[in-house]
Write a protein that binds this ligand. Structure first.
Ligand SMILES: *Cc1c(COP(=O)(O)O)cnc(C)c1O
Length: 379
């Protein structure tokens, strides 16, 4: 993007580039066609719904984690709505059942509690159970659904077989930003534990965490695994990636407000790691900054930090070819997944506006946030 276009954008601002999403979608569509799998968008990771008209032709629907995401899927995406929640609430289950195609329970107790009512509301609903294959190669414990004492999914020991008469599918989710080799290993464990039930199922959902659109991901192996599985068991296979769809499709544009020096030069930005890019602190990870290198790699090193009163509101240390000045734009790359879905107005910091660069290059600002968005959430 040229400097004039950049200067015209509000700050802070998320900028989605449709051409980059389209590239991801074309790759995923190709996998769908070659493997026969169905692919859903996981709204947990990416829910910029004004971009859904672009996504819709390539995907089979959305997976939702409860009432709000199910409603969003139903209203803004259409197609299939698959809803799973660690625990459904009695007062929400009827509305969820009405708009969902698949309803996946986390435990046999929840299955027994809600299955009859859900089927009465929507006889076409396909019921499933999330199982815990008790195997994951997740690099971080916070993202490991198969870790010690995990509440996510039913272990084989806890599987009450009386749910199986009504159960049409099994769901597992055990990956996090991983390659198809990790899936192969999870599948092996899943089959060892739950294999005897699979022939009676209509579908198996392989969850999310497939890092399909990352450079170097072994797509051939993914296609092979799905095809073999489908042939072996004659079931429908679903994938529900979130991150892989929003992967490297846009940036967070911020502005330097001040530069202070306390043994290290620190650039304070009009954004916040805590409020706008929380995974940089939680995971943690270091976002790439356009034109910048690691500490000392280029001539001028700065710590980039947020405009809140949290001491640890720090994006990281970066070096630049030229000294930073007040008003300079700092562009964080790959900020479309697990950012706006998690953003808060902590400390009264303004939410970044949202812009989309259309396929024809035109940039549209589709959402601006202000004081009201802060006030209205608080009482
Ligand atoms: C988080 C999650 C996903 C999406 O995971 P990604 O890492 O974004 O692909 C899919 N299914 C379930 C059940 C999840 O919890």
């Amino acid at each position: 993007m040229n400097q004039t276009k950049l200067e015209k954008l509000p700050s802070p601002c998320w900028l989605l580039e449709e051409s980059l999403v389209k590239k991801n979608l074309e790759l995923i569509y190709d996998i769908k066609v070659r493997s026969g799998a169905k692919v859903l968008l996981a709204l947990k990771g990416y829910a910029l719904w004004k971009s859904f008209p672009l996504l819709k032709p390539y995907l089979d629907g959305c997976c939702a984690s409860g009432l709000h995401e199910a409603k969003l899927a139903h209203e803004t995406f259409g197609k299939e709505v698959h809803t799973y929640s660690p625990a459904f609430k009695g007062e929400e289950i009827e509305e969820i059942a009405r708009i969902s195609h698949h309803l996946v329970f986390n435990s046999p107790a929840q299955f027994h509690r809600f299955s009859t009512l859900a089927k009465k509301i929507n006889p076409k609903l396909s019921l499933g159970l999330r199982v815990n294959p008790e195997y994951s190669e997740s690099p971080k414990e916070i993202y490991n659904p198969c870790g010690l004492y995990s509440r996510l999914g039913t272990t084989l020991a806890n599987l009450d077989e009386s749910v199986l008469t009504e159960c049409e599918g099994l769901h597992f989710h055990a990956l996090c930003e991983q390659d198809s080799t990790a899936l192969e290993n999870v599948l092996q464990n899943f089959e060892e534990k739950f294999g005897k039930y699979i022939p009676n199922m209509k579908w198996i959902n392989f969850g999310g965490g497939h890092h399909i659109t990352r450079k170097g991901y072994d797509t051939e192996k993914l296609v092979r695994l799905i095809k073999n599985f489908k042939e072996k068991y004659d079931v429908e296979v679903y994938l529900e990636p979130g991150e892989a769809i929003g992967w490297e499709t846009g940036s967070l544009i911020t502005t330097v407000l001040d530069i202070v020096d306390n043994g290290l030069e620190i650039a304070i930005l009009d954004s916040s790691a805590e409020a706008h890019m929380p995974d940089t602190i939680i995971m943690p990870y270091r976002a790439e900054v356009r034109g910048a290198g690691k500490t000392g790699e280029k001539a001028y090193t700065y710590r980039l930090a947020g405009n809140t009163c949290l001491a640890g509101d720090i994006m990281g240390d970066y070096s630049f070819d030229a000294p930073l000045k007040i008003g300079d734009k700092i562009i964080f790359e790959d900020q479309m997944h697990y950012t706006m879905v998690k953003a808060t107005t902590f400390n009264g910091v303004k939410l970044p506006d949202i812009a989309i660069q259309k396929l024809n290059g035109e940039i549209k600002i589709i959402r601006e946030f202000g004081y009201e968005d802060f006030r209205e959430r608080l009482s």
